[in-house]
Design a protein around this ligand. Sequence first.
Ligand SMILES: [Zn+2]
Length: 114
Amino acid sequence: MFCPKCRAEYREGFVECSDCQIPLVDQIPQEKEGDPDLELVTVLETRDPGILTIAKSLLAEAEIEFMDTAEGLQDFYGVGGLGGFQPLTGPARLQVSVRDEERAKSALQRLENS
Ligand SMILES: [Zn+2]
């Protein structure tokens, strides 16, 4: 059980948040669309799978959640094995939440310096 307001988690049997005095819900409601926290910004755009791999590990190391917009295509080419010639793929983009943008950029600076 969760408080929809403060998002505190309660054990089964509790019906009201002791802080907010409102009824608990089974699940925290989904974030509204357009929530600025969920807005994604592109922090890296590359056609080099090596750079992409390093960038992902830098973000993972910094504990930043990211989206890879070319993931599906990479899976496709991984299976097909087109020998590195990928005429249909655009650059892969790594996107992070706007709230992680600065951290992600500083994490990725290590990429440019190496
Ligand atoms: Zn509460």
